[in-house]
Design a protein around this ligand. Structure first.
Ligand code: UDX
Length: 430
């Protein structure tokens, strides 16, 4: 099938490359010329394991290209996926300006396109957006009727950063919301060789499935952290507790890792957006609000622990290992490290950091803190060491790496250190 993908961020690029790997002809559209140029040279603008390899492969096979020409991409494809960003706007609500713009532009193109075309929303959008914004814009600008003259679908993504290519190629499920059977059938054919269950729904149900999934996963994490905070008070290891809990197949052992809170581009934003949508309907989503608030508290609980152990933090040197919101990613959006560094610098502490991938991005947020070449260098001469990302290389740290601290205090925000290699450290809630 000939596919165009609008927006070459995380989701758009992974989806485009993924569909090309599956044998389709794909054009990825972006307004950023430099980005388009880089992609066409096989150099992915985002760090995502495997993406560069697959990108080079589909470029060589001439099944994939990036372009700034939206019109020709839509005219020459049967299906267009909209995967532009939906950033957080005022009061946590999602900002739909890019979705609005792109759907109007596609509407203008549909006006002059004679062949049947399907527009699929891939971006995470709050329920009713596809119908009330995208479909409406498409009909208004094209002068045509959705369902008769063109198709509209909503096909949410469930990609985890760091394993996005694997997630795309081997999904747990594919959700296809559509306004009519005809357009849903075409998108279902696109996923025929994916070996995943396909769930067909209407547009707003598909949108809600994405929010409900992410909110439930966020709830599992905040729940685990709350249990962990109680466990720590009574000297119980939350990790063992959740191992026991997760063996119940109704619960599963996934997303039960306690730590210094969830971050990233999805969970914080999606939970807040669902709270906002609930409120718009006149319903107060107290549970979701508490999931969010628990997470905000959890992110900085480690600072209180530091103060309990070190007293006044003014002039103290704190080393921070791990800045990315999760390992195998250079993404620092909503990362716990940001809130922690903010609080520590407010209290007058000196910060030394190290992260294998995310230091470049963090320099834009905190240009004045110290960035080290290695974990060992960051740890040296510090009064305390915090570990905030579950990077594999921190697993290999050993006792001698901590020998040159000026004061021995290590607190992990993620369960990572090996008790056989490092003797004596504390956990955020274990
Ligand atoms: C998430 C969803 O998993 C994905 O389906 C969706 O489409 C986008 O959002 P991602 O943001 O890449 O993916 O990260 P994920 O691996 O889910 O982790 C999110 C955050 O939760 C990270 O900060 C991670 O450290 C934290 N987390 C995860 C925990 O604190 N405990 C856990 O048990 C699992």
């Amino acid at each position: 099938m000939n596919i165009s993908i609008i927006g070459t961020g995380y989701v758009g690029l992974t989806t485009g490359v993924g569909f090309a790997v599956k044998g389709n002809e794909v054009s990825c559209v972006d307004i950023d010329e430099k980005k388009v140029e880089r992609i066409n040279l096989g150099d992915s603008p985002i760090y995502e394991p495997l993406l560069d390899d697959y990108l080079k492969r589909v470029l060589d096979q001439r099944r994939f290209k990036a372009t700034t020409d939206l019109k020709s991409a839509v005219m020459n494809s049967e299906v267009s996926f909209i995967s532009v960003g939906t950033p957080s706007g005022e009061g946590g609500k999602i900002d739909l300006k890019f979705i609005d713009q792109v759907s109007k532009q596609i509407g203008d193109i549909l006006k002059i396109k004679d062949l049947y075309h399907i527009i699929v929303v891939k971006s995470t959008v709050i329920p009713e957006t596809t119908e009330k914004v995208v479909l409406k814009n498409l009909e208004e600008r094209s002068g045509k009727k959705a369902g008769d003259d063109f198709g509209v679908c909503m096909n949410p993504e469930f990609l985890r950063e760091g394993v996005a290519m694997e997630d795309f190629l081997n999904p747990d499920r594919v959700v296809i919301g559509s306004i009519d059977k005809k357009s849903g059938d075409v998108i279902e054919r696109l996923y025929e060789n994916f070996k995943a269950p396909i769930l067909r729904t209407n547009l707003k149900t598909a949108e809600m499935i994405k929010y409900a999934s992410n909110s439930l996963l966020a709830t599992k994490i905040s729940f685990t952290n709350e249990v962990g905070n109680i466990c720590k008070k009574i000297g119980i290891d939350v990790n063992e507790v959740m191992k026991g809990v997760g063996l119940d197949h109704r619960i599963s052992d996934k997303f039960l890792n306690a730590g210094c809170g969830y971050g990233g581009s999805c969970f914080p934003k999606d939970v807040e957006a669902l709270i906002g949508k609930g409120r718009d309907t006149g319903y107060e989503p107290k549970l979701l609000q508490e999931v969010h608030d628990t997470n905000m508290r959890q992110k900085v609980i480690i600072v209180k622990q530091l103060e309990e152990k070190l007293g006044d933090l003014k002039g103290k040197t704190i080393s921070i290992l791990g800045l990315a919101f999760k390992p195998d990613s250079d993404d620092i959006r909503e990362a716990s490290s940001i809130e922690i560094i903010k609080k520590l610098t407010e209290k007058g502490a000196n910060i030394k950091t190290y992260d294998p991938k995310a230091m470049g991005h963090m320099r834009n947020v905190f240009p004045d803190i110290e960035y080290s070449k290695s974990a060992k260098e960051a740890i040296k001469d510090s009064d305390a060491c915090l570990i905030l990302t579950h990077w594999k290389e921190f697993k290999d740290l050993r006792e001698e790496d901590f020998k040159e601290m000026s004061n021995r205090l290590i607190i992990e925000g993620r369960r990572i250190l090996d008790r056989e290699r490092v003797f004596g450290f504390d956990g955020v809630c274990w």
